[in-house]
Design a protein around this ligand. Structure first.
Ligand code: BGC
Length: 780
């Protein structure tokens, strides 16, 4: 008999075989590989390799691993004797997050910081998002990572959610389409994505133990819809389950969510991993179809092994999860031995981020043609701390270790504008002093936490007069940082006393001197605008445009690029106007342990912390404001251009359940530009049947149109897209009747109304994720 066992390795309690004849991943069948695995090896494979600072951890600091690609968020457990390599999982949505330097190595590993999710979505341009994804995926590949932990597509339920900057929109269609485009782009490189956080992770406060109590209807129509679109349209390699509970069950422990809905109903074929340290019961997670637990810790390993030995976990369930992990590994560049270069083309990617950021900036106001800046504007008086300390993106796992950030000051200089040196020196000294004053206490997570921005400077009248006399215009930046772990405070939404003062004084003095004032918003989520928007001549919402942000803003200000982004969320008058405010942790500071809240007994006492009741139901964002006739500051879908567009010849054709709307969009102004066209639908008797006044069903963006040029835009909607979710029958139901198809430049700027008769349709679904407690949902 041929000798098969060359060596024997002692592992915990089991003897294992190595050498020829032992099934090898990629050569033997998965069944044979799994058949050759010990229980201990399986239990290791379904959890990650851990993190430092935690039981059995592998990395130097929280949020990072040490091996393979230092700074990546996680790695999988290698089993060399079976030919199973360790693969690398790394954040995140705005670009690859790894350590930029390595011990004993003079090379650098900087990644490109691309625009934040909110900005990408504001382009309304799926092709552009796919392109950005392609560039990000190339860095994943060339730096030796295998799966990017992105995109993030939770709904902007409330303006104060600390991670809205990573997410796309208050609307699920926009979220789903953008995520799908991003996934297609990243995965075109032969690396994976992880769409996250599945599902209903809409607040950071107590995110690890908060119970999101949501009606099945709101789940289906609002919170799950984007994931459904992304799964069906882009086939992501993995899904990341969220930390929170959904109706009493941890998302990662919910078979209804991770198996019945995701796989059985939507046809997801990939692997599910937890968010880092998410959930509580490893055995329940395994059973739910949450295949991998990241980053993994000893207790989970012990629980899984004991679970099988004690009969609480069927080994075939473990094998199923192991198989999905092996299927993932088989697809990865690391398994295929891709010779990564550690040298992605950072220059080319800088050009991509610079250009893409201009496309998602939203021109909110432009009076007296303040923008683009006229040729005689040379000297700019630059106000606001963030003008000098521009914010590239948010903090936490959504951050990217970039080589540089182009500030607005740098951007202006690069384009040949002059700024005031004394003003710059004053700001720099002030910022340095403020940074010292506000320095966070050194703690485990301090590097990961949102930065506290300096208090604004105000100026004496005489100084402003002097600056106004010497400058051709004033620019004021309003900046807001936010990030993982914390929701924004209410003060973060409103302008501070100093900022308001600065705005008033600069506008008064510069206007008196006949000089214009432009405000740039360097923000990740909405802020208050209605009380001050009358003051400046123009407002550009520049979002956080990544490392080339300052250049991108100046490309728009100077007219090199024409603004063509539109809002993917409403700018409310006050954040309190959102119906979700009644059930959101506004300024709720509690003593939550941000990494251990999911250990121990579940607490149920503190509203909006232990549990959050989604009583606004489907009335999120414009669905609420437009259905209940509320005033807003800037509506969903809104955004100006340097040119104007006329909509003409709108028509609709119905053909066997497919509604095709066409409209001719003509550039009627004097500069080239692109227009985002939105198609909303109003159901028959919407108010009587408790449906939103209008819902976005399709959108498109024209190519760049020269003055006088036009393009016929086509928007398609299927009967099934018109369905609402009926809880009583757990079905998607399309009521028969006359539907209105609204062609709009924004949700409140409808240019054409078309009608079409629609036949009834019903699609039965699984009856799942039911409320465990009654919820007084908002109705029209
Ligand atoms: C975040 C995830 C991220 C993971 C790994 C978690 O704290 O919620 O979005 O992918 O860390 O860094």
């Amino acid at each position: 008999m041929k000798k098969q066992i060359l060596s024997i390795t002692f592992m915990a309690t089991t003897l294992v075989a190595c050498g020829p004849g032992v099934p090898q991943l990629g050569k033997a069948s998965l069944e044979d590989v799994i058949g050759a695995m010990t229980l201990e090896e399986k239990a290791h494979l379904v959890i990650g390799t851990g993190m430092a600072g935690f039981e059995n951890g592998d990395s130097a600091v929280v949020g990072e691993t040490r091996s393979l690609v230092p700074g990546a968020a996680g790695t999988t457990y290698p089993i060399p004797r079976l030919g199973i390599p360790s693969i690398v999982l790394a954040d995140g949505p705005a670009g690859l997050r790894i350590n930029p330097t390595r011990e004993g190595d003079t090379a650098t590993y900087y990644c490109t910081h691309f625009p934040i999710g909110t900005l990408l979505a504001s382009t309304w341009d799926q092709e552009l998002v796919e392109n950005v994804g392609r560039a990000i995926g190339n860095e994943v590949l060339e730096y030796g990572a295998d799966v990017l932990l992105a995109p993030a597509l939770n709904i902007h339920r409330h303006p104060l959610c600390g991670r809205n900057f990573e997410y796309y929109s208050e609307d699920p269609l926009v979220s789903g389409k953008m995520a799908a485009a991003y996934v297609r782009g990243v995965q075109s490189n032969g690396v994976g994505t992880s769409i996250k956080h599945f599902a209903v992770n809409n607040q950071e406060t107590n995110r690890m133990a908060n119970d999101a109590q949501v009606s099945p209807r709101a789940l289906r129509e609002i919170y799950l819809k984007g994931f459904e679109i992304a799964v069906k349209e882009s086939d992501p390699w993995t899904v990341m389950s969220s930390y929170n509970y959904v109706n009493g069950v941890y998302a990662s422990e919910s078979p209804e969510l991770q198996t019945t809905l995701l796989r059985d109903e939507w046809g997801f074929k990939g692997m599910v991993m937890t968010d880092w340290f998410g959930g509580k019961d490893a055995v329940a997670q395994m059973k739910a179809g949450n295949d991998m637990l990241q980053p993994g810790y000893d207790k989970q390993y012990r629980d899984i092994v004991a679970g099988v030995k004690e009969g609480r976990l069927d080994e075939t369930v473990l094998d199923r999860n192991v198989k999905r992990i092996l299927e993932l590994i088989l697809r990865t560049p690391r398994f295929k031995g891709y010779p990564f270069s550690n040298k992605p083309d950072l220059k080319a990617h800088a050009a991509i981020t610079r250009q893409s950021a201009t496309e998602g900036m939203v021109l909110l106001k432009n009076e007296n043609k303040a923008l683009p800046l006229s040729a005689d504007v040379k000297r700019v008086a630059l106000f606001g701390c963030t003008s000098y300390n521009f914010i590239a993106g948010g903090t936490g796992s959504g951050n990217v270790n970039r080589a540089y950030t182009v500030s607005l000051l740098d951007g202006l200089k690069n384009a040949g504008y002059e700024t005031d040196d004394r003003l710059k020196a004053d700001y720099e000294a002030h910022i340095a002093a403020e940074q010292e004053r506000l320095k966070p206490e050194d703690g485990k997570f301090s590097a990961f936490m949102p930065v506290v921005l300096p208090q604004e400077m105000t100026f004496e009248e005489a100084r402003l007069k002097e600056l106004a006399a010497q400058s051709d215009m004033a620019l004021i930046t309003i900046g807001r940082g936010s990030g993982e772990f914390l929701d924004r405070e209410s003060a973060n939404f409103y302008l501070s006393k100093e900022k308001r003062q600065l705005m008033q004084d600069v506008c008064r003095v510069f206007h008196a001197a006949g000089k214009k004032v432009v405000v740039v918003l360097n923000i990740g989520g909405t802020i208050e605008t209605s009380s001050w928007k009358a003051l400046p001549d123009a407002i550009l919402c520049a979002w956080q445009g990544g490392q080339e942000g300052g250049n991108s803003v100046v490309d728009v200000l100077s007219g090199k690029a024409s603004p063509c982004g539109k809002l993917t969320m409403t700018f409310p008058v006050r954040f309190e106007d959102h119906a979700s405010t009644a059930n959101f942790p506004v300024d709720l500071k509690s003593d939550i342990d941000i990494v251990n809240a999911n250990k121990g007994e579940k607490k149920h006492s503190l509203k909006d912390v232990d549990y959050t009741r989604y009583e606004e139901d489907i009335y999120v964002g414009y669905r609420y404001f437009d259905s209940f006739g509320k005033e807003v500051s800037y509506p969903f879908g809104y955004g100006l251009s340097y040119t104007t567009f006329a909509y003409d010849k709108a028509s609709i054709r119905a053909d066997n359940g497919l509604y095709t709307v066409t409209v001719e969009v003509k550039n009627t102004g004097k500069t080239a530009g692109r227009e985002v066209v939105q198609l909303y639908v109003t159901a028959p008797d919407a108010s009587g049947t408790n449906k939103p006044e209008k819902e976005l069903k399709a959108f498109a963006k024209t190519r760049e149109l020269k003055p006088g040029e036009s393009e016929v835009v086509t928007l398609k909607v299927n009967t099934a897209d018109l369905a609402s979710y009926e809880e009583a029958s757990s079905s998607w139901v399309v009521a028969a009747g006359n539907y209105k198809f609204l062609v709009g430049a924004s949700s409140r700027d409808i240019r054409a109304v078309l009608d079409a008769g629609v036949e009834a349709a019903t699609q039965k679904t699984n009856d799942l994720l039911k409320l465990q407690v009654p919820l007084a949902t908002l109705k029209r």
